[in-house]
Design a protein around this ligand. Structure first.
Ligand SMILES: [Zn+2]
Ligand SMILES: [Zn+2]
Length: 308
């Protein structure tokens, strides 16, 4: 019998094959030592493939192939599971570059994720609505220059996600590190590992099963909240939060917000096992779990077909 369990991974990180400050081997070891089951080494315009002996591989998480297809106009699109190097678009137009990068990733056998929309304030949902074929977008990126929260009239990454979902786009939301700095001081102003990840409900720890589970949204994104069991379908969303306990015995507290079209709050709960039953009037529902320690978890949206 195969029972599916959560497998922790980071989908966006850099090594000395692009602008990271450590070797692929060192980076892989960092993630293994910090409890990650799998990792994507997504260098800029470079397909990093680590080969090693069995003894070396035992010190690395499972490696999932990827590349950050990087155009000069700040359009960065991650390709997951690509079988060959993808050349980045050199179009100066943001929409053209996004389309070309997504299409080339798909042609190389991969799945596309639109990265960090607010990096250099490059684009928002208006541009993303004009591009087809991508499965994911980054809703949290751990790099300090990616402006996840928006402001000054610019939508947050989550706000951009909700606008896409509200207009009928089925896009899964990723939390990632986009880590570059593994040496020296770890600091909020540096791009260090360990800030954003996904937990995937995968049949097994293989690249194929991880990619398959990601493809159908069988995962949640997190910056510090752990979910135990979760039911998520059109009849019910039910979350069992793994309550964090400090060394002194104090337990963290949680608030869960179930939201729908345009990010509207449908229901808020302070239970450690919050749940919500969608109505036929809801178009999509997703949940955000807020920890008193500052971390969050985002479940993937459930889409309600009101025609049924
Ligand atoms: Zn990038
Ligand atoms: Zn990056």
């Amino acid at each position: 019998m195969t029972s599916k369990s959560w497998l922790k991974g980071n989908l966006h990180t850099h090594t000395t094959n692009s602008d990271g400050d450590e070797s692929p081997e060192h980076v892989a070891e960092w993630y293994h030592d910090h409890g990650y089951d799998w990792l994507c080494l997504s260098d800029h315009n470079h397909l990093t493939i680590l080969e090693g002996s069995d003894a070396e591989k035992a010190r690395w998480p499972l490696l999932v192939r990827g590349e950050e297809v990087t155009s000069r106009n700040a359009v960065h699109v991650n390709g997951y599971g690509v079988t060959e190097l993808v050349e980045a678009s050199d179009s100066p137009d943001v929409i053209d570059a996004m389309r070309e990068n997504v299409d080339r990733i798909i042609a190389a056998g991969g799945m596309a994720s639109i990265n960090h929309p607010n990096f250099r304030w490059a684009f928002d949902d208006g541009a993303m609505m004009q591009v087809e074929g991508y499965k994911f977008m980054e809703i949290f990126n751990g790099h300090p220059d990616t402006h996840n929260s928006g402001g000054g009239g610019k939508a947050s990454s989550i706000g951009i996600w909700d606008r896409l979902l509200s207009r009928g786009r089925q896009v899964w939301g990723l939390a990632v590190d986009d880590s570059h700095n593994y040496t020296g001081e770890f600091h909020v102003d540096r791009s260090n590992p360990g800030r954003g990840w996904v937990q995937v409900k995968s049949a097994s720890l293989t690249q194929q099963d991880i990619l398959e589970a990601l493809s159908v949204g069988e995962f949640y994104a997190s910056t510090g909240v752990t979910i135990g069991d979760m039911v998520s379908n059109t009849r019910e969303i039910k979350i069992d939060i793994d309550v964090e306990t400090h060394a002194n015995g104090t337990k963290a507290k949680y608030t869960t917000v179930f939201s729908g079209s345009n990010g509207t709050t449908l229901y808020e709960s302070t239970s450690n096992s919050p749940g919500y039953k969608p109505s036929r009037l809801d178009r999509y529902i997703r949940a955000t779990v807020y920890s008193s320690r500052g971390g969050r978890a985002w479940t993937q949206p459930v889409f309600i077909d009101s025609s049924k």
